[in-house]
Design a protein around this ligand. Structure first.
Ligand code: AP5
Ligand code: MG
Length: 213
């Protein structure tokens, strides 16, 4: 299964991608996660990307397209992948189509996780991520059983993302509307778009999503 997950910041792309990865054994490829790792490691690529990420702007196409090209060359993606946060603009989508055509592995579906903008701010300001295992929580909707401790691995470093502040979130939503939302029509025109209502229980959304696939 070769999927693209589409949806606004906070719509649940990462949450659903992780469930799909754990249960269907398909790797999640998140450009956001790859970029954050590069920033943390202080690589040249990370240094180039940091300012755009802090401002909630898109990182340059050549950087993310290069990252995806490298990642999709790794053997674990041979039987499928879940792209989370890529593509995010029409030029990125066109580059992806070209890349996959060369590999003889066209995309199966573009899945839109559809959430009203009003719900997103709380999801993003309340998000916490375990630094050790990547498990995601939300202080408002899905807190860990014991405050500050990861249910999954017992880690005690639940982090708040630097771009999850109100000012940056406002810009991320605007960038989504202007540059990423047009991908809905792009995949619709290819007959590949599936739209899944993204509000309600996380497990229910997962069920809806897998039923559509
Ligand atoms: P990226 O990391 O991709 O961030 P994003 O698109 O803004 O999306 P998020 O990760 O914030 O949200 P999500 O949809 O994954 O939601 P999640 O599951 O975490 O990108 C970050 C930055 O990197 C960009 O701004 C850009 O600068 C750069 N970048 C990345 N890719 C790029 C590209 N291709 N090109 C250029 N630049 C790029 O859920 C959010 C919260 O909600 C969590 O707390 C979760 O627990 C909670 N939640 C999930 N589902 C539910 C539910 N059903 N009900 C209640 N709460 C829920
Ligand atoms: Mg994410």
């Amino acid at each position: 299964m070769r999927l693209v997950l589409l949806g606004a910041p906070g719509s649940g792309k990462g949450t659903q991608a992780k469930l799909l990865m754990d249960r269907k054994n398909i790797p999640q490829v998140s450009t956001g996660d790859l970029l954050r790792a590069a920033v943390k490691a202080g690589t040249e690529l990370g240094q180039k990307a940091k300012a755009a990420m802090d401002a909630g702007e898109l990182v340059a196409d050549e950087i993310v397209i290069g990252m995806i090209r490298e990642r999709l060359a790794e053997p674990d993606t041979a039987n499928g992948f879940i792209l989370d946060g890529f593509p995010r603009s029409i030029p990125q989508a066109e580059a992806l189509d070209k890349m996959l055509e060369e590999l003889g592995q066209p995309l199966d579906k573009g899945v839109l996780i559809d959430v009203a903008f009003d719900s997103l701010l709380k999801r993003l300001t309340g998000r916490r991520t375990c630094a050790d295992c990547g498990q995601m929580y939300n202080v408002y909707f899905s807190p860990p059983k014991q405050e500050g401790v990861c249910d999954r691995c017992g880690g005690e470093d639940l982090q708040h993302r630097a771009d999850d502040n109100e000012e940056t979130i406002t810009n991320r939503l605007e960038v989504y509307q202007n540059q990423t939302a047009p991908l809905v029509d792009y995949y619709k025109a290819q007959g590949k778009l599936v739209s899944v209502p993204g509000e309600g229980d996380i497990e229910e959304i997962y069920t809806r999503l897998t039923e559509e696939l």
